[in-house]
Design a protein around this ligand. Structure first.
Ligand SMILES: NC(=O)c1ccc[n+]([C@@H]2O[C@H](COP(=O)([O-])OP(=O)(O)OC[C@H]3O[C@@H](n4cnc5c(N)ncnc54)[C@H](OP(=O)(O)O)[C@@H]3O)[C@@H](O)[C@H]2O)c1
Length: 232
């Protein structure tokens, strides 16, 4: 049996991954501000991940209550992230910059640190990144930079002997894409292109992406590199 700790378990890819993990008999701790799943093996931990303070204590308290004797591996999936604020550098607020860095980069690093400290060689870290980690996109400087940072963090983890991968899911039909389509062209000049992806039905479903990632995580011996994408 595996224990999954999945951030952003209340929607999009995180919800799809949580449902899959539960359907294969694993335990799931779901971290997000809302909780939508109900299952005997699902343990919601409501927390705003843009504020990591206090999270370790909440995790300690929850883990104490769980029977982990049958757990052979502990998978942290750092999935929660935000795209906003979107806009050109010079027009961003300090609060917005701090928020996106805290959610997209500090929280995943803090959680990886916690899981490795607590579960040592049983820990496996999956960091959900994006094509934007390696491609500059005007208006998305914070998103590109945080995903790029998370990509490098994954490489650093493996250099320290930790089992870790990054996974780039492709463009999925989730609330993050809806947020992208709502941006003003002055903040994000490619907004019409993203509206077209939706109109032309070019988006992947979170369920199909989750199935691909889960099949990779279920076959750890097949993992031979650090960075994976949905196209692999
Ligand atoms: N969608 C795409 O096209 C796309 C493309 C490339 C990469 N990705 C990456 O894939 C991952 C999943 O994206 P998605 O599209 O599934 O996103 P999504 O539908 O917007 O879902 C985001 C999840 O993160 C949680 N979340 C957001 N802010 C939070 C906060 N402050 N504290 C705690 N939880 C928070 C949300 O839960 P609550 O609202 O309940 O807190 C929700 O469960 C992200 O890392 C994203 O960067 C997505």
């Amino acid at each position: 049996m595996k224990l999954f700790i999945i951030t952003g378990a209340s929607g999009g890819l995180g919800l799809a991954l949580s449902e899959l993990a539960l359907s294969q008999g694993d335990l799931v701790i779901g971290l997000s501000r809302r909780s939508v799943l109900k299952h005997e093996n699902f343990y919601p931990l409501k927390h705003d991940l843009s504020r990591s303070i206090g999270l370790e204590k909440k995790l300690d308290q929850l883990l104490e209550k769980l029977n982990l004797r049958r757990v052979k591996s502990v998978h942290l999936i750092n999935n929660a992230a935000g795209i906003e604020p979107v806009g050109l550098v010079g027009k961003l607020s300090t609060e917005g910059i701090q928020h996106q860095l805290a959610l997209n980069l500090t929280a995943p690093m803090m959680l990886a640190n916690y899981v490795i400290k607590r579960f040592k060689s049983k820990a496996f870290i999956t960091n959900i990144i994006s094509g934007a980690a390696v491609k500059p996109i005007s208006g998305w400087s914070l998103y590109c930079s945080t995903k790029s940072g998370l990509r490098m963090f994954t490489e650093c983890l493996t250099s320290e002997g930790v089992k870790a991968i990054s996974f780039s899911p492709g463009i999925m039909d989730t609330s993050m894409q809806a947020t992208i389509r709502k941006q003003k062209p002055k903040d994000f000049d490619r907004v019409n292109e993203f509206k077209e992806y939706k109109d032309k039905d070019m988006l992947l479903s979170a369920d199909e992406v989750a199935t691909l990632l889960m099949s990779l995580l279920n076959a750890p011996d097949s993992i031979k590199k650090v960075h994976y994408s949905v196209n692999d």
